[in-house]
Design a protein around this ligand. Structure first.
Ligand SMILES: Nc1ncnc2c1ncn2[C@@H]1O[C@H](COP(=O)(O)OP(=O)(O)OP(=O)(O)O)[C@@H](O)[C@H]1O
Length: 232
């Protein structure tokens, strides 16, 4: 489970979230601009310290304000991919993937490369890749660290519709292949409902709803792994 009990204020904005989600499949995190998606994301990744609350991942405490616990981002085993997945421009795709990874040549390595359709790009330099290809490499690179959770912050928002659809299909494929749970942030609900097993909607810093996505039933069901709860 991904357990989040957060109480955080920044300026006039108040994030107040009490949420337990199964750490399986892809969870969409949607909401209008300013609803608090990036703030929640940053708290989970460890880039932002909430004023109050606790966060745990599969029972492993990451943050607890009462105990003064705040696990640094690098030790959270949470991968992060942003809109402009940054790569090392002077290294080939293969060297980008291998950077900091213990997986080179393993079954997992080949599975990720195959699922994200990167085999023919391994010798290329990032500068000659399309936006969609660069994002796929950035996702693959994060997955090579075998995180317990991968956070994706609008990774396809800069792509044209056809490339967006293809990239989303490949994200779904690599998630099924690796079984690494993902949280996918978007302000465009139509973009991700098809992709997601469950969708959390934020409104003014609070959880408005938790619903099943269209991928629900394709992978493990929510009922099989525990009930989704949210308190407002
Ligand atoms: N450092 C900060 N200090 C004060 N207020 C902030 C700070 N960072 C963000 N905010 C405010 O917190 C609120 C939530 O911002 P956040 O970036 O989490 O929203 P979001 O849902 O990710 O929006 P978007 O879809 O536009 O990225 C906004 O009202 C924003 O102006």
């Amino acid at each position: 489970m991904i357990d989040l009990r957060l109480n955080h204020r920044q300026g006039d904005f108040h994030l107040k979230v009490n949420l337990s989600l199964p750490a399986v499949g892809i969870t969409g995190l949607i909401g209008r601009s300013g609803s608090g998606k990036s703030t929640l994301f940053s708290c989970l990744a460890g880039h932002l310290k909430p004023r109050q609350g606790c966060i745990s991942l599969s029972g492993r405490p990451l943050f607890n304000s009462t105990l003064g616990l705040n696990v640094p981002p690098a030790q959270r085993r949470i991968g992060v991919v942003f809109q402009d997945g940054l790569l090392f421009p002077h290294m080939s795709v293969e060297r980008n993937l291998a950077y900091g990874s213990q997986n080179r040549g393993t079954v997992f390595w080949h599975e990720v490369i195959e699922a994200l359709d990167l085999t023919h790009l391994l010798n290329a330099r990032p500068l000659r890749l399309s936006g969609g290809e660069r994002q796929r490499v950035a996702i693959a690179r994060s997955l090579m660290a075998e995180p317990e959770l991968l956070l994706l912050d609008e990774p396809v928002s800069a792509l044209d519709p056809a490339l967006k659809a293809r990239t989303l299909d490949l994200i779904a494929k690599v998630q099924r292949q690796t079984q690494i749970p993902m949280i996918y942030i978007s302000h465009a609900p139509e973009e991700i409902r098809r992709l997601c097993h469950q969708v959390v909607t934020l409104q003014n810093g609070q959880v408005r709803s938790v619903t099943e996505g269209e991928a629900h039933g394709v992978g493990p069901t929510l009922a099989a792994v525990g009930k989704v709860t949210c308190a407002r």
